[in-house]
Design a binder for this molecule. Structure first.
Ligand code: HGA
Length: 609
């Protein structure tokens, strides 16, 4: 979600800031802006729309200067518009960029208005810059003024502040929205994600919750929530490839769909030996944390929630532990019951999903026996704050609609099933079968990708449809949910998923020739039941697209198109059936001409609640 980049250097920084914003574009945003200090003055340019608009404006009217901040905004308070775009400025002196939400903005706005400050935007963010300006009247340094300011803020922020009267300094503060410091030679940078800064440095330190730091060309001084000086570990970035490159692919989403065999191979590396999944897949001390677990509570949002839903079937049936799955934004605001010996599992591609992070913190207060995160971002908040981490190693995912992260999450959750199964009731044979299945996943996904052309040919049928229904049973029900979510996200077609046994309890009323029904039908013990559901749809004139195992014996006819999916075992079936559904939504979106990688209104990593 949205992006922050800041720099303090001897050279002009506009290009560095712009390149950083471009690298964060994939997260979704509605406007962009930059403010730079030059010869004691603050200069600002903002544009509604793409970073390219901002780049063009800066080409026409360059902003020289070595200290600057930049932002891509995803509006939460105040419509997307140039006047609401960041940076916001107070009295021509202080400029601020901010990710997050200031919950007590209305009260602060009132107080600041009474003090004579005039607001130029409808954002919650603007209170920060006026507050800093006000605090500077009673504090000597920008650092002290920001420290006094953040004490008054309720909500979440990652923020960077500059003052034209102190032109060689950035002050940054983090609470609930990630910020990283990038170390250069005689120059320093800040950003909401290290991806933004890879062209200028590979050395980073993540700020922790409550940290405030002052950053000059020569020094970085970090202070914790109580104002004590602290050091935060510097690390070399592990990102080896340039995630900013689409290569031969038309969209990042397609590239990421095709990267799945590689991502799965990477996630399996070093985690299976002697036909068993190793405990160390979940961290060095994982055995200690996992051995007494009898119940698993999974917390996630969106696509990650669907991965958790699939894992519930596996953990209960194969590992012999009970499992609940809940959406993070619900879990964090209700009183839930905790079972003895419970493991809390959070799933998040970015590791910064605000609701999931809040749910983890709540679970720790509740006294969960241990916590595990399944996460793709090393050093992220979820990784740092959990007892154990399954690092997905899926590689950077740029498309807003998640694809490879989902299948890698499924693989990680299947490994968790095998490990918890070993400590409970799973036979050696089953553990062996799961590890064999895991190891053959990359090749099987490669085979499933071979369906691409056949699926592209179907996509035309969906172009004029406004609704679609996805059906699955058992652990394919969450796959149907994920298929529906993908179609919604990138083609804007309203899609819903049902466990097919639920059809007759309501959704059957919707069936007609304008409501395509997509069915995922592996050859499992629920096949006969699923076939009855298919007949129910057929009898009502529905048009079906059935993704089926060839042994499932579905035949194409006037009302049904059958797409044969490569035969696969029960452990990998949910993952394999995901592939054609990803391809279907991609091709439908292509025909509809939507913005596949940055669908409207959505952001990649949801760092606000
Ligand atoms: N609440 C602020 C910032 C939202 C955000 O994180 N955008 O990138 C606003 O609405 O401007």
């Amino acid at each position: 979600m949205c992006g922050i980049v800041g720099a303090v250097a001897q050279r002009d920084v506009a290009e560095i800031l712009l390149e950083g914003l471009k690298r964060l574009e994939y997260r979704g945003y509605d406007s962009a802006g930059v403010a730079i200090i030059h010869e004691g003055e603050l200069k600002r340019t903002r544009r509604l729309g793409k970073v390219q608009e901002l780049a063009t404006a800066l080409d026409e009217s360059p902003l020289p200067g070595g200290t600057g901040i930049a932002h891509t905004r995803w509006a939460t308070h105040g419509e997307p518009s140039e006047r609401n775009a960041h940076p916001h400025i107070s009295c021509g002196d202080i400029a601020v960029v901010h990710n997050g939400i200031i919950e007590n903005h209305a009260k602060l706005r009132e107080q600041l208005t009474a003090l004579g400050y005039e607001f130029a935007s409808d954002t919650d963010t603007e209170v920060i810059c006026h507050l800093v300006h006000h605090e500077l009247k009673s504090h000597d340094t920008l650092l002290a003024a920001v420290q006094a300011t953040v004490k008054q803020l309720e909500g979440a922020y990652g923020t960077v502040v500059i003052d034209r009267r102190d032109p060689e300094r950035l002050v940054v503060a983090r609470s609930g929205s990630p910020l990283v410091i990038g170390y250069g030679l005689g120059e320093h940078f800040v950003a909401s994600d290290q991806l933004a800064l890879l062209p200028v440095t590979r050395t980073f330190a993540y700020l922790e919750e409550g940290d405030v730091a002052e950053v000059t060309r020569r020094e970085v001084n970090i202070f914790d929530i109580d104002g004590n000086p602290v050091t935060r570990e510097k690390k070399e970035s592990e990102i080896t490839h340039d995630a900013g490159d689409k290569g031969e692919y038309r969209h990042y989403m397609l590239k990421e769909i095709y990267e799945q065999p590689m991502a799965l191979a990477r996630t399996l590396e070093g985690r299976i030996a002697n036909q068993q999944v190793l405990d160390t897949a979940f961290g060095d001390n994982a055995a200690e944390f996992l051995k007494d677990i009898k119940h698993v509570q999974i917390i996630a949002c969106g696509t990650s929630y669907h991965a958790g839903m699939a894992a519930r079937y596996w953990l209960e049936e194969w590992a012999g532990v009970s499992c609940n799955v809940e959406i993070a934004s619900e879990f964090r605001y209700r009183k839930s019951h905790m079972f003895p010996n419970s493991l809390l599992v959070t799933i998040s591609q970015s590791g910064e999903t605000a609701d999931t992070l809040a749910a983890l913190r709540l679970a720790k207060e509740m006294g969960y026996k241990s916590t595990l995160t399944i996460c793709n971002a090393p050093g992220s908040s979820l990784v740092r704050e959990s007892d154990m981490a399954y690092m997905m190693k899926a590689g950077a995912e740029i498309g807003v609609a998640s694809t490879k992260a989902f299948t890698v999450q499924l693989a990680g959750l299947l490994m968790l099933t095998a490990v918890l199964g070993r400590y409970n009731s799973m036979s050696d044979e089953m553990q062996k079968a799961i590890s064999q299945s895991l190891q053959s996943m990359p090749a099987k996904v490669e085979q499933a990708l071979g369906l691409d052309d056949a699926i592209a040919a179907l996509a035309e049928d969906f172009a004029d449809k406004n609704h679609a229904l996805f059906l699955g049973r058992g652990d394919q029900y969450p796959i149907a949910m994920e298929g529906a979510l993908k179609l919604k996200e990138i083609s804007y077609i309203h899609a819903e998923a049902y466990a097919s046994g639920e059809l007759k309890h309501g959704p059957l009323a919707l069936i007609d020739a304008d409501m395509p029904v997509i069915v995922v039908a592996p050859n499992n013990e629920l096949l006969e039941k699923l076939k009855s559901n298919v007949e129910e749809v057929r009898a009502r004139g529905g048009l079906m697209y059935v993704f089926a195992d060839k042994d499932a014996e579905f035949e194409s006819d006037d009302t049904m198109k059958v797409i044969p999916v490569p035969h696969c075992d029960e452990f990998m079936a949910p993952l394999i059936y995901t592939i054609p559904l990803q391809l279907l939504s991609y091709h439908v979106a292509l025909i509809k001409g939507t913005d596949v990688d940055q669908p409207r209104n959505l952001a990649k990593s949801v760092t606000v609640e």
